[in-house]
Ligand binder design. Structure first.
Ligand SMILES: [Zn+2]
Length: 242
């Protein structure tokens, strides 16, 4: 470890070009200023559940592609929290709960606009299970959300009424975790809302772009990145994590 740190300092002084000449690819990797998650960091794995994978009722395109990336970077984290969308059978966010409405239409509810979805992630069903290929045995907490029948919750922190808290901010605070790395599905909904609310909770927030996939309704992925950037969320790739 001490040896590596000295070498990084040396590489920093020498500059990347010289480092690449001297040490080849290893030198370049060390000089690349990677982020090393420590005990005050947590990986958040958002909604990697069967309903959101190809073949699921609300499939995110290439949603399964995040699994290998998440499994790989999870090895760098001692703290991992997973979220699980967990709806009642006739949840207010389901188009089937509203006469004459179709999935992806918008309606107005007491707390604001709500996109209507196909039925998904119903409590206790196989569709709500976390993908079987997610392999993160050290994950310490699964936080369920969207279980109040009349309120949706994209965010892992705050339900869509913007009042009801899930308890995640309190958990992270008690564990003295001040930095989160958000991954999962979908970029433009549950990932973005989770990341923005994590900023509001005072956390440093990275979103690992290649560990997420979006649904993208009318440019919603671009808008989500706009909103996240404005909120101070940092966009990184999995290769930025040591
Ligand atoms: Zn949902």
């Amino acid at each position: 470890m001490a040896y590596l740190q000295r070498r990084e300092v040396l590489l920093g002084l020498a500059g990347v070009a010289l480092a690449q000449t001297m040490f080849g690819r290893i030198g370049a990797a060390l000089a690349a200023d990677k982020i090393k998650p420590g005990p005050s960091s947590a990986l958040i794995v958002v909604d990697v559940q069967n309903c959101f994978l190809p073949g699921g009722s609300l499939a995110v395109k290439d949603g399964d592609k995040v699994i290998a990336v998440i499994n790989r970077i999870a090895k760098s984290f001692e703290n991992v929290v997973m979220t699980q969308d967990w709806h009642t059978p006739h949840h207010v966010s389901f188009a089937s709960s509203h006469d004459g409405k179709k999935p992806f239409e918008m309606i107005k509810l007491a707390y604001g606009n709500q996109v209507l979805w196909p039925d998904h992630c119903v409590q206790g069903t196989g569709g709500a299970d976390i993908a079987k290929d997610i392999s993160i045995p050290q994950a310490e907490l699964i936080i369920r959300k969207g279980f109040h029948n009349d309120v949706d919750s994209y965010s892992a922190f705050l339900e869509a009424d913007k009042e009801t808290r899930t308890g995640l901010a309190g958990y992270l605070k008690e564990r003295r975790i001040d930095t989160v790395f958000v991954t999962g599905l979908a970029t433009d909904f549950c990932v973005a809302w989770t990341a923005i609310d994590a900023r509001a909770a005072g956390l440093n927030v990275y979103v690992v772009d290649d560990a997420c996939r979006g649904i993208d309704i009318n440019g919603s992925v671009a808008k989500a990145w706009d909103d996240m950037t404005k909120a101070g969320v940092k966009k990184i790739e999995s290769s930025d994590i040591a």
